[in-house]
Ligand binder design. Structure first.
Ligand code: PRX
Length: 676
């Protein structure tokens, strides 16, 4: 096993013996042995002397832990009277009841009081060197103007506004303006198609959509407003579309469209914040499940904000004055929690990245790190894998001495990528935090830090639970595994403030998906391995959700689109291991009888359909036309067999006796060979 300290050994050696780790000690050494200096609230926690006792305390005395954190880290309009009121088995999760606050005040006003000219956002636009800095004062003013505009145009507390924008200050102001007036937001990733957007607008019942005329990414212009035009045609609830100008190119405006920036100029820079209950909805964010349509995961005000702030501060060792560079799109939960809410709640400076890792060349990230003096860089393994193939020179050209922590998120990071990230990007100086979490968890749950600055980090392992998190593994019989090492279904044994509260309009689905599989525990849908030292490694999804370039997608969603093609009788989509993307999409397609299988044309047609109905990233890399799919006698597709064929693990096909007709497997193997 390769170790972060650069030693090669089969055994895990303790990092404190390693000179490289001593440098962590220098950077973070002031926290060691003084846990109260690290987290001031800890001074009031009995028996807490070090990191591990703080973690234990946060789990066994979770009420005291979270109450202290909520009182000291958030500004309340009215204090809460009950810390938590949760029953996981019934899907009932309530934190900080009785309390009232405003999230935008927590993210803006309180920092404007102390440091109005501090930079809140650095908008790293597509063209390198054209960044725009926005201070806390400016962001508050913009948010207030927009909040007033939304109010004037009839948006009320409890409404849900859909935001279809690339990362930019106006997108952040839109999120915060919703929070200011008590509306929920529903940010839809601007790479989604018109149909996918329409589906989300309809489910969220939005009457207002906010967008930009065009997007700019990797030198190319995308017609975002045109996508919104197409979407709203199928959305009877939409009454108005607020359009901001990202480029100077005019777009056709319809009767529903409002020139957002022009209207904002008419508004006051002061906007009365709504007093929100802790458990009022802050936002919906749609994500994929193993069955059915994407679900609108519900996050609420106080608990989410506190958890985003605390994880941002401690997982990345964020210090006041640091520049935090999360390169995720704001359309995903990573963008919500670590480009927007976590950093802003902490009064930080956060980067909004509009471009791609290889535009204009593969040095983009590191040139940006040098130019913006980024201290914490947070990105996805898929980009790291892509960049390492271009070679070290693209990294070494640039000064990365400002970097202190490197983060990874969204999918497993393989050892080669981890090593390159640590050694080449971080020059062997910066801890790599492989952070495991989900849209549903609201923030990071398993991560190498916080822990003692000299505690070891094993490449490819998410390692340790964050404060308040108690992970457990379930065996196939539904029993908690207590021994180590062990593998099992990853569940979380206690509620935490950042967790999702529901699925919009479908609380029953929330209960069935997360609470019922293992009653009394939150079921994550992931499998995990726990080493003999108690460190966690995520082994992948246990359901039919796949992860393509860090984007989560249900295979059922892709099948649904493929099956809509007139020529298709049925299909089975599976994920397969892909060098760069982590997982790729492989579709087995059965055509209707009598259909002329002009395969090239049909493959192209299916790809266009998937890209039109979902997004480009969901398009199959391979489509194999087959006569039949392997099915059990009860008619269930045996995906396990398909996966093995694609992985070319023919010895691992397993028991085929339950198949209705085992000869299908041979046909499929033959077809797969012909495809390659
Ligand atoms: O399978 C896990 C994987 O991404 C899923 C969550 O996807 P999403 O809700 O889109 O959120 C992504 C950003 C938090 C998880 O169920 N995943 C996330 N982080 C990791 C990971 N798999 C392995 N290692 C990780 N660090």
């Amino acid at each position: 096993m390769w170790l972060p300290c650069g030693c090669t050994s089969k055994a895990i050696v303790t990092s404190s013996a390693c000179p490289v780790f001593k440098s962590y000690f220098r950077v973070f050494g002031r926290w060691k042995c003084n846990v109260a200096a690290f987290m001031p609230e800890a001074a009031g926690f009995e028996g807490v002397k070090d990191f591990s006792s703080l973690q234990e305390f946060s789990v066994s005395n979770s009420e005291s832990f979270w109450a202290a954190a909520a009182r000291s880290r958030l500004s309340w309009i009215r204090p809460f009277h009950t810390v938590q009121h949760c029953d996981l088995s019934r899907g009932k999760i309530k934190w900080f009841e009785g309390g009232q606050l405003n999230v935008s005040v927590n993210c803006l006003d309180r920092h404007v009081h102390t440091s109005p000219e501090r930079v809140a956002l650095i908008w790293e636009r597509d063209e390198p060197g054209s960044e725009v800095k926005v201070t806390y004062r400016e962001l508050l003013e913009t948010t207030c103007r927009l909040g007033n505009l939304l109010r004037r145009r009839g948006v009320k507390k409890g409404d849900c506004v859909t935001i279809y924008m690339p990362p930019c200050p106006l997108a952040v102001a839109s999120m915060l303006a919703c929070a200011r007036i008590g509306a929920a937001h529903n940010v839809v990733f601007a790479g989604f198609s018109a149909e996918a957007l329409a589906e989300r607008i309809r489910d969220a019942e939005s009457s207002t959509v906010i967008t930009v005329n065009q997007g700019v990414r990797a030198g190319k212009v995308t017609e975002l407003k045109r996508t919104v035009d197409a979407a709203v045609q199928d959305c009877p609830t939409v009454q108005q579309v607020l359009v901001a100008m990202r480029t100077e190119n005019p777009v056709a405006m319809t009767a529903k469209d409002v020139d957002m920036e022009e209207e904002m100029l008419k508004e006051d820079v002061v906007c009365e914040p709504a007093a929100m209950n802790s458990e009022d909805v802050l936002f919906l964010l749609y994500t994929s499940g193993s069955t059915g349509k994407p679900k609108g995961v519900v996050h609420t005000q106080a608990g989410y904000l506190l958890y985003a702030a605390l994880t941002h501060r401690y997982v990345f060792s964020y210090q006041d004055g640091d520049v935090f560079g999360c390169v995720a799109d704001i359309g995903w939960i990573t963008g919500h929690s670590y480009s927007v809410y976590g950093p802003l709640a902490n009064g930080g400076t956060t980067v909004l990245f509009e471009s791609t890792p290889i535009y204009p060349d593969p040095g983009r990230y590191w040139e940006m790190v040098q130019r913006l003096k980024i201290n914490q860089f947070y990105g996805a393994p898929t980009a790291i894998r892509l960049l390492l193939k271009y070679g070290d020179q693209w990294v070494q050209k640039y000064d990365r001495s400002t970097l202190k922590t490197l983060g990874s998120v969204g999918e497993p990071i393989n050892t080669e990528a981890w090593e390159w990230y640590y050694r080449v990007v971080g020059d062997g100086r910066c801890p790599v935090v492989d952070t495991w979490w989900q849209t549903e968890t609201g923030g990071i749950c398993i991560t190498p830090r916080p822990s003692d600055p000299d505690a070891e980090i094993v490449p490819g392992m998410a390692m340790r639970p964050f404060f308040g998190i108690k992970p457990i593994l379930m065996d196939t019989k539904g029993k908690v595994v207590t021994s180590n090492p062990a593998s099992g279904a990853l569940c979380i044994a206690k509620p935490w403030p950042g967790m999702a509260r529901s699925i919009h309009n479908n609380h029953q689905r929330f209960i069935e998906t997360y609470c019922q599989p293992h009653p009394g525990y939150f079921f994550t849908g992931d499998g995990a391995y726990r080493s003999k030292e108690g460190y966690y490694q995520i082994t992948g999804r246990l359901d039919d959700v796949i992860n393509v370039s860090g984007h989560r997608i249900g295979t059922a969603e892709i099948e649904d689109v493929v099956n809509q093609c007139n020529a298709v009788a049925e299909s089975a989509v599976i994920g397969y291991s892909h060098d760069i993307k982590g997982q790729g999409v492989y579709a087995f397609v059965v055509l209707k009888k009598g259909v002329d299988d002009q395969e090239a044309d049909l493959s192209q047609q299916l790809n266009i359909m998937v890209s039109k109905k979902i997004a480009k990233y969901a398009c199959p890399d391979f489509i194999q036309f087959v006569q039949r799919l392997p099915k059990t006698r009860s008619g269930k597709i045996m995906r396990r067999v398909l996966r093995k064929v694609v992985e070319r693990d023919l010895n691992g096909l397993g028991d085929l006796s339950t198949l209705d007709d085992p000869s299908t497997v041979q046909e499929i193997i033959q077809g797969h060979r012909e495809l390659f």
